[in-house]
Design a binder for this molecule. Sequence first.
Ligand SMILES: *Cc1c(COP(=O)(O)O)cnc(C)c1O
Length: 253
Amino acid sequence: MQTTLDENLMRVRTRIERARAGARRPGLARLVGVTKRSRPQHAAALARRGVPDLGENRLEGLQEKREWFEAEAPDLHPRWHFIGHVQRNKARRVAELSHVIHSVDSLRLLETLERVCARDGLAPEVFLQLKLTDEDAKHGMQTAELDEALAAASECRAVRPAGLMGMAALANDDAGRRAAGEQFERLATLAQAPTSVGWVHGRPLLSMGMSADFELAVEAGSDWLRLGSILFEGVDAGGSDRADGAVREGDVR
Ligand SMILES: *Cc1c(COP(=O)(O)O)cnc(C)c1O
């Protein structure tokens, strides 16, 4: 029987392909399944459905999910993406538990990560997070700090620079959507500027796009879409007696 998760995934994939067809730039448009609000069973269900990249935004959540996977789903080996603000005193632990850190939002954090990773033999991929909006709540570097961070990234020997990340303003009306599209375009344009960084994938990848705006991000050439609510809609709410085929506790395989 089709589960809600299958349907959500199919619908998202269709929308991604449609957006790719009209994209201004080609991007990988791969999915990070953001599991921060979801039970580990549902994260595992997603991994079993061909989304092996999972994202968490808090160290505690990442630790819990990883422990659960080791105990309950040892056959699954998801790649863990950290997408939240990293406190510098937790940088080593985040680096140890993450394959990719999308949210390196200051030069100081980059320097801290490089130091602890060099010392402890860790090599996460890192994205430099740029602040694309004026909202106080969103973390990220301003353009001037990004220039310094790029210079620092070109000296990194432990962490592996992977690209740029940014979050757009809320795209809930036409003006918002236009603004979000422009913000993604700005990030994509910044990524095209020449640097001396040894990007781990040969070019800077773009981490941009969430449930509300991922098609705009695809059109601007996103490589990593970080999607949570749109994938797990109707799944997390599901009790054991739902008739619509939502993924249930015992239904992860
Ligand atoms: C929560 C979160 C997402 C996913 O958001 P949705 O709207 O649920 O798709 C993506 N990126 C970051 C940085 C997040 O914190």
